[in-house]
Ligand binder design. Sequence first.
Ligand SMILES: [Zn+2]
Ligand SMILES: [Zn+2]
Length: 348
Amino acid sequence: MKALTFREKHHIAYDTVADPQLLEASDAIVRVWITAVCGSDLHVYHARETGLDSGTIMGHEFVGEIAAIGKAVRRLRIGDRVVSPFTTNCGVCYYCQIGLSCRCTAGQLYGWRQNGHGLHGAQAEWVRVPLADTTLVKFDTHISPEAALLIGDVRATGWHCAQQADLSPKGIYAVIGCGPVGLMATLAAREQGAQQVYALDTVTERLTLAQQYGAIPLSVANDEWRDIAFAATQGRGFDAILEAVGSSSAVRLAYEMVRPGGTISSVGVHTSAQFAFSPIEAYDKNITFKIGRAPARRYMEQLLERTLQSSYDITQIITHRLPLSDGATAYQLFDQKQDGCIKAILRV
Ligand SMILES: [Zn+2]
Ligand SMILES: [Zn+2]
């Protein structure tokens, strides 16, 4: 089959690779319809995350149809339309039971193979899904494949980011970074009852979309933005900050802009070995800092349901649709934010 593989830093190849096979009785093989390039794929692309085997199939966001199932699979049938979270989940371990599905003791991240072990990704014609019954979520024809794809990662991650921030209608909040996750966090914050959500970014088209999702856009390219932010919060800073970038500078900014006693909810993938603020700084501001990979699987059914009822179109964040064979171009467009790229998907 055809797939996008990681060769080395800044080199994603459109390769011919072996078709995936059922290895365990609980596996399924999914024929991929659409896959996407995610911000976290860029950490591998830039070698900020290292250790990935050359030849690993990239990607963890996909929708498609069941092409084959192992003998132990009960809930799924050939031809079912399915979406996956970015990790596999057993559904029965302690962490799956408490809703922290991203830390499933049997879970694996798609597109991560190291020293010959791990799971290939989904930027391919087919993908093997371990623990298929408890990982995959079926969706019906009322939901578009593009909307379902977003629910497997960026929509769920944005939802989690807002959940962690303990929002209330009276609070004043900020989202740092209006990429796909930040935009979804903005929408989720509004849906979860926040009335005043400032969206911080430098890119005009991203700020415009944040405004459509109910935020007050605030360009950080402009020198006065901090004055505006402090004036809006009577000089205190924001009650919570939703950090959707995953860099030290974004967390540092969140620390500076959150009010004493406020919460920073951080869902971007971090690769730094140090915190962006010191224990003293955290103590002196009574900060609550919540960080980590989102348990996407936990939220997916409710978000599919919500998509049917919502007047917001989450697929507006998809700016580029390319064939899988143009995968290397999609990485570049997304990475460089060229041509107004917010989210690039690949059709298989
Ligand atoms: Zn992703
Ligand atoms: Zn589990």
